[in-house]
Write a protein that binds this ligand. Structure first.
Ligand SMILES: *[C@@H]1O[C@H](CO)[C@@H](O)[C@H](O)[C@H]1NC(C)=O
Ligand SMILES: *[C@@H]1O[C@H](CO)[C@@H](O)[C@H](O)[C@H]1NC(C)=O
Ligand SMILES: *[C@@H]1O[C@H](CO)[C@@H](O)[C@H](O)[C@H]1NC(C)=O
Ligand SMILES: *[C@@H]1O[C@H](CO)[C@@H](O)[C@H](O)[C@H]1NC(C)=O
Ligand SMILES: *[C@@H]1O[C@H](CO)[C@@H](O)[C@H](O)[C@H]1NC(C)=O
Length: 449
Protein backbone atom coordinates (compact mmCIF):
# COMPACT_ATOMS: atom_id res chain seq x y z
CA UNK A 1 0.00 0.00 0.00
CA UNK A 2 2.70 2.44 1.02
CA UNK A 3 4.68 1.77 -2.10
CA UNK A 4 1.60 2.39 -4.23
CA UNK A 5 1.11 5.76 -2.59
CA UNK A 6 4.78 6.56 -2.95
CA UNK A 7 4.64 5.54 -6.57
CA UNK A 8 1.61 7.66 -7.34
CA UNK A 9 3.30 10.56 -5.58
CA UNK A 10 6.32 10.06 -7.76
CA UNK A 11 4.23 10.18 -10.88
CA UNK A 12 2.26 13.23 -9.87
CA UNK A 13 5.02 15.44 -8.51
CA UNK A 14 7.53 15.11 -11.34
CA UNK A 15 10.93 13.81 -10.57
CA UNK A 16 12.63 17.16 -10.16
CA UNK A 17 11.15 17.73 -6.72
CA UNK A 18 13.34 17.04 -3.73
CA UNK A 19 10.53 14.79 -2.43
CA UNK A 20 11.87 11.99 -4.58
CA UNK A 21 15.15 12.40 -2.85
CA UNK A 22 13.60 12.61 0.61
CA UNK A 23 11.93 9.29 -0.05
CA UNK A 24 15.30 7.90 -0.98
CA UNK A 25 14.02 6.81 -4.34
CA UNK A 26 14.87 7.69 -7.88
CA UNK A 27 12.08 8.81 -10.19
CA UNK A 28 12.31 5.45 -11.87
CA UNK A 29 14.04 3.14 -9.52
CA UNK A 30 15.43 0.91 -12.23
CA UNK A 31 17.37 3.05 -14.66
CA UNK A 32 21.07 3.12 -15.33
CA UNK A 33 22.93 6.00 -16.89
CA UNK A 34 25.01 5.29 -19.98
CA UNK A 35 26.97 7.97 -21.79
CA UNK A 36 28.77 8.54 -25.08
CA UNK A 37 31.30 11.40 -25.21
CA UNK A 38 32.76 12.33 -28.59
CA UNK A 39 35.46 14.75 -29.71
CA UNK A 40 35.25 14.77 -33.50
CA UNK A 41 38.52 16.53 -34.34
CA UNK A 42 42.27 16.19 -34.22
CA UNK A 43 45.19 18.62 -34.49
CA UNK A 44 46.59 21.13 -32.01
CA UNK A 45 44.38 23.99 -33.25
CA UNK A 46 41.39 21.84 -32.23
CA UNK A 47 42.76 21.15 -28.72
CA UNK A 48 39.55 22.47 -27.16
CA UNK A 49 37.24 19.67 -28.35
CA UNK A 50 39.23 16.92 -26.66
CA UNK A 51 39.61 19.15 -23.59
CA UNK A 52 35.81 19.61 -23.43
CA UNK A 53 35.25 15.86 -23.74
CA UNK A 54 37.84 14.95 -21.10
CA UNK A 55 36.21 17.48 -18.77
CA UNK A 56 32.80 15.89 -19.48
CA UNK A 57 34.27 12.52 -18.51
CA UNK A 58 35.45 14.00 -15.19
CA UNK A 59 32.00 15.54 -14.55
CA UNK A 60 30.23 12.21 -15.07
CA UNK A 61 32.74 10.21 -13.05
CA UNK A 62 32.76 12.67 -10.17
CA UNK A 63 28.96 12.52 -10.06
CA UNK A 64 29.06 8.75 -9.77
CA UNK A 65 28.53 7.42 -13.30
CA UNK A 66 30.61 4.20 -13.39
CA UNK A 67 33.53 4.19 -15.83
CA UNK A 68 32.17 1.09 -17.57
CA UNK A 69 29.00 3.02 -18.48
CA UNK A 70 30.90 5.77 -20.30
CA UNK A 71 32.12 5.42 -23.88
CA UNK A 72 34.75 7.94 -24.97
CA UNK A 73 35.71 8.62 -28.58
CA UNK A 74 38.69 10.97 -28.94
CA UNK A 75 41.59 11.02 -31.40
CA UNK A 76 44.05 11.33 -28.48
CA UNK A 77 46.77 13.29 -30.25
CA UNK A 78 46.74 16.28 -27.88
CA UNK A 79 48.28 15.15 -24.58
CA UNK A 80 51.52 14.02 -26.25
CA UNK A 81 51.56 16.58 -29.07
CA UNK A 82 54.95 18.19 -29.71
CA UNK A 83 53.24 21.59 -29.26
CA UNK A 84 52.06 20.72 -25.74
CA UNK A 85 54.05 22.70 -23.14
CA UNK A 86 52.50 20.46 -20.44
CA UNK A 87 53.21 16.95 -21.77
CA UNK A 88 50.61 14.37 -20.82
CA UNK A 89 48.15 17.00 -19.58
CA UNK A 90 45.08 18.71 -21.00
CA UNK A 91 43.37 21.76 -19.50
CA UNK A 92 39.84 22.99 -20.14
CA UNK A 93 40.04 26.06 -17.90
CA UNK A 94 42.98 28.48 -17.48
CA UNK A 95 45.07 27.31 -14.50
CA UNK A 96 42.51 24.55 -13.97
CA UNK A 97 43.07 20.89 -13.18
CA UNK A 98 44.39 18.34 -15.70
CA UNK A 99 41.22 16.86 -17.23
CA UNK A 100 43.09 14.14 -19.18
CA UNK A 101 44.10 12.19 -16.06
CA UNK A 102 42.22 8.92 -15.75
CA UNK A 103 40.11 9.26 -18.90
CA UNK A 104 39.49 5.80 -20.34
CA UNK A 105 39.56 6.08 -24.10
CA UNK A 106 37.52 3.52 -25.99
CA UNK A 107 37.93 4.74 -29.57
CA UNK A 108 41.07 6.63 -30.59
CA UNK A 109 42.80 7.69 -33.85
CA UNK A 110 41.04 6.45 -37.00
CA UNK A 111 38.44 4.62 -34.91
CA UNK A 112 36.90 8.03 -34.25
CA UNK A 113 34.57 8.11 -37.26
CA UNK A 114 30.91 8.57 -38.07
CA UNK A 115 30.30 4.89 -38.80
CA UNK A 116 31.64 3.75 -35.44
CA UNK A 117 29.71 6.51 -33.64
CA UNK A 118 26.43 5.34 -35.20
CA UNK A 119 27.26 1.72 -34.34
CA UNK A 120 28.08 2.69 -30.75
CA UNK A 121 24.75 4.43 -30.17
CA UNK A 122 22.80 1.68 -31.94
CA UNK A 123 24.43 -0.94 -29.73
CA UNK A 124 25.94 -2.73 -32.74
CA UNK A 125 26.49 -6.43 -31.96
CA UNK A 126 29.27 -6.83 -34.51
CA UNK A 127 31.37 -4.09 -32.96
CA UNK A 128 30.68 -5.49 -29.48
CA UNK A 129 31.83 -8.93 -30.68
CA UNK A 130 35.16 -7.35 -31.61
CA UNK A 131 35.54 -6.31 -27.98
CA UNK A 132 34.62 -2.65 -28.55
CA UNK A 133 32.29 -0.84 -26.18
CA UNK A 134 28.81 -0.01 -27.48
CA UNK A 135 25.68 1.16 -25.64
CA UNK A 136 23.94 -1.71 -23.86
CA UNK A 137 21.12 0.43 -22.48
CA UNK A 138 17.52 -0.75 -22.38
CA UNK A 139 13.99 0.71 -22.26
CA UNK A 140 14.31 2.29 -18.78
CA UNK A 141 17.81 3.63 -19.07
CA UNK A 142 18.93 7.20 -19.37
CA UNK A 143 21.42 7.92 -22.13
CA UNK A 144 23.58 11.05 -22.25
CA UNK A 145 25.39 11.93 -25.48
CA UNK A 146 27.81 14.83 -25.79
CA UNK A 147 29.53 15.74 -29.05
CA UNK A 148 32.10 18.50 -29.59
CA UNK A 149 33.61 19.44 -32.95
CA UNK A 150 33.14 21.42 -36.14
CA UNK A 151 29.80 21.53 -37.83
CA UNK A 152 27.85 23.09 -40.67
CA UNK A 153 24.30 23.24 -41.98
CA UNK A 154 23.00 19.69 -41.47
CA UNK A 155 26.29 18.05 -40.55
CA UNK A 156 28.84 17.47 -37.82
CA UNK A 157 32.42 16.45 -38.47
CA UNK A 158 34.78 13.65 -37.51
CA UNK A 159 38.54 13.75 -38.20
CA UNK A 160 38.21 12.25 -41.70
CA UNK A 161 34.50 12.29 -42.44
CA UNK A 162 31.18 13.86 -41.55
CA UNK A 163 27.78 12.80 -40.25
CA UNK A 164 24.60 14.28 -41.69
CA UNK A 165 21.61 15.41 -39.66
CA UNK A 166 19.57 12.91 -41.67
CA UNK A 167 21.78 9.93 -40.76
CA UNK A 168 22.03 11.03 -37.12
CA UNK A 169 18.28 11.42 -36.65
CA UNK A 170 17.61 8.10 -38.40
CA UNK A 171 19.91 6.47 -35.84
CA UNK A 172 18.09 8.20 -32.97
CA UNK A 173 14.73 6.98 -34.28
CA UNK A 174 16.23 3.47 -34.60
CA UNK A 175 17.35 3.68 -30.96
CA UNK A 176 13.83 4.67 -29.95
CA UNK A 177 12.14 1.97 -32.02
CA UNK A 178 14.48 -0.67 -30.62
CA UNK A 179 14.00 0.52 -27.04
CA UNK A 180 17.65 1.35 -26.49
CA UNK A 181 16.80 4.08 -23.97
CA UNK A 182 14.01 5.37 -21.79
CA UNK A 183 15.11 8.99 -22.00
CA UNK A 184 17.98 10.52 -23.92
CA UNK A 185 19.70 13.87 -23.55
CA UNK A 186 22.02 15.07 -26.32
CA UNK A 187 24.35 18.10 -26.02
CA UNK A 188 26.08 19.32 -29.20
CA UNK A 189 28.94 21.81 -29.49
CA UNK A 190 29.43 22.77 -33.15
CA UNK A 191 28.96 25.63 -35.58
CA UNK A 192 25.38 25.86 -36.88
CA UNK A 193 24.52 22.95 -34.56
CA UNK A 194 20.85 23.94 -34.35
CA UNK A 195 20.53 22.58 -37.89
CA UNK A 196 21.24 19.05 -36.62
CA UNK A 197 17.80 18.91 -34.97
CA UNK A 198 15.69 21.78 -36.37
CA UNK A 199 12.85 20.48 -38.58
CA UNK A 200 13.93 16.89 -38.07
CA UNK A 201 14.19 15.64 -34.47
CA UNK A 202 10.77 14.15 -33.53
CA UNK A 203 9.26 15.67 -30.38
CA UNK A 204 7.69 12.42 -29.20
CA UNK A 205 10.60 10.00 -28.85
CA UNK A 206 11.83 11.11 -25.41
CA UNK A 207 14.92 12.89 -26.67
CA UNK A 208 15.90 16.32 -25.35
CA UNK A 209 18.71 18.05 -27.24
CA UNK A 210 20.53 21.33 -26.74
CA UNK A 211 23.01 22.91 -29.13
CA UNK A 212 25.77 25.52 -28.85
CA UNK A 213 24.48 27.62 -31.70
CA UNK A 214 21.36 28.17 -33.77
CA UNK A 215 21.23 26.84 -37.32
CA UNK A 216 22.94 29.86 -38.89
CA UNK A 217 25.81 30.92 -36.68
CA UNK A 218 29.26 29.81 -35.59
CA UNK A 219 29.94 28.51 -32.15
CA UNK A 220 32.86 30.10 -30.33
CA UNK A 221 36.07 28.79 -28.83
CA UNK A 222 37.16 30.39 -25.56
CA UNK A 223 40.19 30.73 -23.29
CA UNK A 224 42.16 31.34 -26.49
CA UNK A 225 44.46 33.78 -24.67
CA UNK A 226 46.62 31.42 -22.61
CA UNK A 227 50.08 32.61 -23.57
CA UNK A 228 52.02 29.37 -23.19
CA UNK A 229 49.46 26.99 -24.70
CA UNK A 230 48.71 28.93 -27.92
CA UNK A 231 45.36 27.37 -28.68
CA UNK A 232 41.84 27.61 -27.27
CA UNK A 233 41.26 25.51 -24.14
CA UNK A 234 37.50 25.29 -24.46
CA UNK A 235 34.33 26.31 -26.24
CA UNK A 236 31.86 28.79 -24.76
CA UNK A 237 28.77 26.55 -24.66
CA UNK A 238 30.72 23.50 -23.52
CA UNK A 239 32.56 25.14 -20.65
CA UNK A 240 29.27 26.79 -19.68
CA UNK A 241 27.50 23.45 -19.09
CA UNK A 242 30.59 21.74 -17.73
CA UNK A 243 31.30 24.43 -15.14
CA UNK A 244 27.60 24.56 -14.32
CA UNK A 245 27.62 20.81 -13.58
CA UNK A 246 30.85 21.18 -11.62
CA UNK A 247 29.35 23.64 -9.22
CA UNK A 248 25.78 22.40 -8.75
CA UNK A 249 24.13 19.68 -6.76
CA UNK A 250 22.84 17.75 -9.77
CA UNK A 251 20.04 16.17 -7.74
CA UNK A 252 18.50 19.64 -7.40
CA UNK A 253 19.19 21.44 -10.64
CA UNK A 254 16.93 20.66 -13.62
CA UNK A 255 18.10 20.40 -17.21
CA UNK A 256 16.04 23.52 -17.94
CA UNK A 257 17.88 25.48 -15.24
CA UNK A 258 21.17 24.25 -16.65
CA UNK A 259 20.10 25.34 -20.12
CA UNK A 260 19.20 28.82 -18.86
CA UNK A 261 22.59 29.13 -17.16
CA UNK A 262 24.29 27.97 -20.34
CA UNK A 263 22.45 30.58 -22.40
CA UNK A 264 23.59 33.24 -19.94
CA UNK A 265 27.20 32.08 -20.05
CA UNK A 266 27.45 31.60 -23.82
CA UNK A 267 27.76 35.25 -24.87
CA UNK A 268 28.52 34.95 -28.58
CA UNK A 269 26.06 32.36 -29.87
CA UNK A 270 22.47 31.36 -29.14
CA UNK A 271 22.12 27.88 -27.60
CA UNK A 272 18.91 26.12 -28.63
CA UNK A 273 16.66 23.37 -27.24
CA UNK A 274 14.90 20.67 -29.28
CA UNK A 275 12.79 17.54 -28.90
CA UNK A 276 10.80 16.43 -25.85
CA UNK A 277 11.01 19.59 -23.75
CA UNK A 278 9.28 17.98 -20.74
CA UNK A 279 12.49 16.00 -20.15
CA UNK A 280 14.10 19.31 -19.20
CA UNK A 281 12.00 19.24 -16.00
CA UNK A 282 14.12 16.31 -14.80
CA UNK A 283 17.22 16.92 -12.74
CA UNK A 284 20.60 16.98 -14.49
CA UNK A 285 21.72 14.14 -12.23
CA UNK A 286 19.40 11.74 -14.03
CA UNK A 287 21.78 12.01 -17.01
CA UNK A 288 25.12 13.10 -15.54
CA UNK A 289 25.10 11.23 -12.22
CA UNK A 290 23.41 11.97 -8.91
CA UNK A 291 26.32 11.60 -6.51
CA UNK A 292 27.44 14.75 -4.75
CA UNK A 293 30.71 15.57 -6.48
CA UNK A 294 33.71 15.44 -4.20
CA UNK A 295 35.89 17.20 -6.71
CA UNK A 296 33.78 20.28 -7.36
CA UNK A 297 36.10 22.26 -5.11
CA UNK A 298 38.82 21.63 -7.68
CA UNK A 299 36.98 23.47 -10.38
CA UNK A 300 36.90 27.21 -10.62
CA UNK A 301 34.32 29.04 -12.59
CA UNK A 302 36.09 31.15 -15.15
CA UNK A 303 33.81 33.28 -17.33
CA UNK A 304 34.26 32.74 -21.05
CA UNK A 305 37.01 35.07 -22.23
CA UNK A 306 39.52 35.28 -25.03
CA UNK A 307 36.76 33.96 -27.32
CA UNK A 308 37.34 33.46 -31.02
CA UNK A 309 34.89 32.46 -33.76
CA UNK A 310 35.59 28.75 -34.32
CA UNK A 311 36.20 29.20 -38.02
CA UNK A 312 38.90 31.84 -37.42
CA UNK A 313 40.91 29.99 -34.79
CA UNK A 314 43.61 28.64 -37.18
CA UNK A 315 44.17 32.16 -38.57
CA UNK A 316 44.30 33.80 -35.16
CA UNK A 317 46.73 31.18 -33.85
CA UNK A 318 49.13 31.65 -36.75
CA UNK A 319 49.01 35.45 -36.43
CA UNK A 320 49.78 35.24 -32.71
CA UNK A 321 52.69 32.89 -33.28
CA UNK A 322 54.13 35.28 -35.87
CA UNK A 323 53.96 38.18 -33.45
CA UNK A 324 55.58 36.14 -30.71
CA UNK A 325 58.52 34.60 -32.49
CA UNK A 326 61.99 36.18 -32.54
CA UNK A 327 63.33 33.60 -34.92
CA UNK A 328 63.50 34.88 -38.51
CA UNK A 329 63.25 31.44 -40.10
CA UNK A 330 60.25 30.54 -38.02
CA UNK A 331 58.62 33.87 -38.82
CA UNK A 332 59.15 33.23 -42.54
CA UNK A 333 57.67 29.77 -42.28
CA UNK A 334 54.68 31.02 -40.30
CA UNK A 335 54.18 33.77 -42.84
CA UNK A 336 54.12 31.20 -45.61
CA UNK A 337 51.60 29.05 -43.72
CA UNK A 338 49.40 32.06 -43.13
CA UNK A 339 49.52 33.14 -46.79
CA UNK A 340 48.66 29.58 -47.85
CA UNK A 341 45.73 29.48 -45.47
CA UNK A 342 44.39 32.80 -46.72
CA UNK A 343 44.94 31.79 -50.35
CA UNK A 344 43.10 28.51 -49.69
CA UNK A 345 40.16 30.37 -48.22
CA UNK A 346 39.99 32.79 -51.15
CA UNK A 347 40.22 29.90 -53.56
CA UNK A 348 37.31 28.21 -51.83
CA UNK A 349 35.17 31.31 -51.76
CA UNK A 350 35.64 32.09 -55.40
CA UNK A 351 35.26 28.38 -56.25
CA UNK A 352 31.89 28.32 -54.50
CA UNK A 353 30.76 31.39 -56.42
CA UNK A 354 31.76 29.79 -59.72
CA UNK A 355 30.05 26.51 -58.86
CA UNK A 356 26.82 28.32 -58.01
CA UNK A 357 27.09 30.40 -61.20
CA UNK A 358 27.35 27.22 -63.25
CA UNK A 359 24.39 25.66 -61.39
CA UNK A 360 22.35 28.79 -62.05
CA UNK A 361 23.21 28.56 -65.78
CA UNK A 362 21.98 24.97 -65.63
CA UNK A 363 18.64 26.26 -64.35
CA UNK A 364 18.88 25.48 -60.63
CA UNK A 365 18.90 29.10 -59.46
CA UNK A 366 18.47 32.58 -60.89
CA UNK A 367 20.73 34.76 -58.75
CA UNK A 368 24.20 33.74 -57.57
CA UNK A 369 24.11 36.56 -55.06
CA UNK A 370 20.84 35.40 -53.57
CA UNK A 371 22.11 31.83 -53.16
CA UNK A 372 25.37 33.04 -51.59
CA UNK A 373 23.94 35.66 -49.24
CA UNK A 374 20.61 34.34 -47.95
CA UNK A 375 19.82 31.44 -45.65
CA UNK A 376 16.78 29.27 -46.17
CA UNK A 377 15.90 27.06 -43.20
CA UNK A 378 16.79 23.45 -43.92
CA UNK A 379 13.67 21.29 -44.10
CA UNK A 380 14.46 18.46 -46.51
CA UNK A 381 17.36 16.99 -44.54
CA UNK A 382 17.41 13.81 -46.60
CA UNK A 383 17.89 15.62 -49.92
CA UNK A 384 20.50 17.88 -48.29
CA UNK A 385 22.39 14.87 -46.95
CA UNK A 386 22.55 13.37 -50.45
CA UNK A 387 23.77 16.66 -51.92
CA UNK A 388 26.43 17.16 -49.22
CA UNK A 389 27.77 13.64 -49.79
CA UNK A 390 28.04 14.40 -53.50
CA UNK A 391 29.80 17.70 -52.78
CA UNK A 392 32.18 15.87 -50.44
CA UNK A 393 33.05 13.21 -53.00
CA UNK A 394 33.16 15.42 -56.11
CA UNK A 395 34.40 18.73 -54.74
CA UNK A 396 36.24 18.66 -51.43
CA UNK A 397 36.56 16.34 -48.46
CA UNK A 398 34.67 18.56 -46.07
CA UNK A 399 36.10 17.03 -42.91
CA UNK A 400 39.69 17.74 -44.00
CA UNK A 401 39.00 21.15 -45.54
CA UNK A 402 37.13 22.39 -42.47
CA UNK A 403 36.64 25.85 -43.91
CA UNK A 404 34.43 24.39 -46.67
CA UNK A 405 31.85 23.82 -43.94
CA UNK A 406 31.23 27.52 -43.92
CA UNK A 407 29.65 27.17 -47.38
CA UNK A 408 27.44 24.14 -46.80
CA UNK A 409 24.48 26.50 -46.24
CA UNK A 410 24.75 27.31 -49.95
CA UNK A 411 23.84 23.70 -50.74
CA UNK A 412 20.91 23.90 -48.31
CA UNK A 413 19.70 27.04 -50.10
CA UNK A 414 19.77 25.20 -53.42
CA UNK A 415 18.00 22.16 -51.97
CA UNK A 416 15.23 24.27 -50.45
CA UNK A 417 14.80 26.53 -53.49
CA UNK A 418 14.40 23.61 -55.88
CA UNK A 419 11.95 21.36 -54.07
CA UNK A 420 13.60 18.33 -55.63
CA UNK A 421 11.91 15.08 -56.55
CA UNK A 422 14.04 11.96 -57.20
CA UNK A 423 14.50 12.82 -60.87
CA UNK A 424 15.36 16.49 -60.51
CA UNK A 425 17.69 15.68 -57.62
CA UNK A 426 19.66 13.24 -59.72
CA UNK A 427 19.98 15.86 -62.49
CA UNK A 428 21.20 18.34 -59.90
CA UNK A 429 23.81 15.90 -58.57
CA UNK A 430 25.22 15.46 -62.07
CA UNK A 431 25.33 19.23 -62.58
CA UNK A 432 27.07 19.66 -59.22
CA UNK A 433 29.66 17.06 -60.15
CA UNK A 434 30.37 18.82 -63.46
CA UNK A 435 30.65 22.21 -61.74
CA UNK A 436 33.07 20.82 -59.19
CA UNK A 437 35.21 19.16 -61.84
CA UNK A 438 35.49 22.49 -63.62
CA UNK A 439 36.10 24.80 -60.68
CA UNK A 440 37.60 22.86 -57.78
CA UNK A 441 40.86 21.60 -59.20
CA UNK A 442 43.59 20.34 -56.92
CA UNK A 443 45.55 23.50 -56.20
CA UNK A 444 47.83 21.71 -53.81
CA UNK A 445 46.10 22.84 -50.64
CA UNK A 446 46.76 20.11 -48.11
CA UNK A 447 43.95 21.28 -45.91
CA UNK A 448 41.97 24.50 -45.90
CA UNK A 449 41.42 24.77 -42.18
C1 LIG B 1 52.01 9.68 -24.15
O1 LIG B 1 53.31 9.54 -23.63
C2 LIG B 1 53.37 8.75 -22.46
C3 LIG B 1 54.79 8.84 -21.91
O2 LIG B 1 55.71 8.61 -22.93
C4 LIG B 1 52.95 7.32 -22.81
O3 LIG B 1 52.95 6.53 -21.64
C5 LIG B 1 51.53 7.35 -23.38
O4 LIG B 1 51.15 6.07 -23.82
C6 LIG B 1 51.46 8.32 -24.56
N1 LIG B 1 50.06 8.44 -24.95
C7 LIG B 1 49.67 8.50 -26.21
C8 LIG B 1 48.21 8.63 -26.45
O5 LIG B 1 50.42 8.47 -27.16
C1 LIG C 1 9.76 4.50 -15.75
O1 LIG C 1 10.02 3.54 -16.76
C2 LIG C 1 8.85 3.12 -17.46
C3 LIG C 1 9.24 1.98 -18.40
O2 LIG C 1 10.16 2.43 -19.35
C4 LIG C 1 8.26 4.31 -18.18
O3 LIG C 1 7.08 3.94 -18.86
C5 LIG C 1 7.93 5.43 -17.19
O4 LIG C 1 7.51 6.58 -17.89
C6 LIG C 1 9.16 5.77 -16.35
N1 LIG C 1 8.76 6.71 -15.30
C7 LIG C 1 9.38 7.87 -15.08
C8 LIG C 1 8.84 8.71 -13.98
O5 LIG C 1 10.34 8.23 -15.71
C1 LIG D 1 12.97 15.60 -50.13
O1 LIG D 1 13.68 15.43 -51.31
C2 LIG D 1 13.48 14.16 -51.94
C3 LIG D 1 14.42 14.09 -53.11
O2 LIG D 1 15.66 13.67 -52.62
C4 LIG D 1 12.04 14.03 -52.34
O3 LIG D 1 11.85 12.77 -52.93
C5 LIG D 1 11.17 14.19 -51.13
O4 LIG D 1 9.82 14.17 -51.51
C6 LIG D 1 11.48 15.48 -50.41
N1 LIG D 1 10.77 15.50 -49.18
C7 LIG D 1 9.98 16.50 -48.83
C8 LIG D 1 9.30 16.37 -47.52
O5 LIG D 1 9.84 17.47 -49.53
C1 LIG E 1 33.96 12.35 -47.85
O1 LIG E 1 34.99 11.99 -48.75
C2 LIG E 1 36.04 11.24 -48.16
C3 LIG E 1 37.08 10.93 -49.23
O2 LIG E 1 37.30 12.01 -50.06
C4 LIG E 1 35.52 9.96 -47.57
O3 LIG E 1 36.57 9.29 -46.89
C5 LIG E 1 34.40 10.29 -46.58
O4 LIG E 1 33.84 9.09 -46.10
C6 LIG E 1 33.34 11.11 -47.26
N1 LIG E 1 32.33 11.47 -46.28
C7 LIG E 1 31.03 11.41 -46.53
C8 LIG E 1 30.12 11.76 -45.42
O5 LIG E 1 30.59 11.12 -47.62
C1 LIG F 1 10.19 16.30 -60.94
O1 LIG F 1 10.42 17.70 -60.96
C2 LIG F 1 10.68 18.20 -62.25
C3 LIG F 1 11.16 19.65 -62.09
O2 LIG F 1 10.41 20.34 -61.14
C4 LIG F 1 9.40 18.07 -63.09
O3 LIG F 1 9.58 18.58 -64.37
C5 LIG F 1 9.06 16.57 -63.17
O4 LIG F 1 7.83 16.39 -63.83
C6 LIG F 1 8.97 15.95 -61.79
N1 LIG F 1 8.92 14.49 -61.91
C7 LIG F 1 8.06 13.77 -61.22
C8 LIG F 1 8.15 12.29 -61.43
O5 LIG F 1 7.27 14.27 -60.44
Amino acid sequence: MFSLIALSLLFTVASSTPLVEQLGLKSNDSYNIQAVLVAGSNGWYNYRHQADVCHAYQVLRSHGVPAENIIVMMYDDIANASENPHPGKIFNIPKGPDVYAGVSKDYTGDEVNAENFLKVIKGDKGLAAKGKKVLTSGPNDHVFIYFADHGATGLIAFPEDTLSSDDLNKALVYMHDNKLYGKLTFYVEACESGSMFENILPKDINIYATTAANSEESSWGCYCDEKDIDTCLGDEYSVAWLQDSDKHDLTKETLEQQFKDVVKNTPRSHPQEFGTKSIADLVVGEFQGEKASSSNQLYRKVPARGSVNSRDIPLVMLRRKMIKTNDENEAASLHKQLSNLIAGRHFLESGMNKIVAQLCSAGFCSSVEEVMTTRRPLVNHSAHSTVVKKFNSSCLNVAVHNYAMKYIYVLANLVEANNFNETSLSHFLKALERACETHIVDNGFKAIV
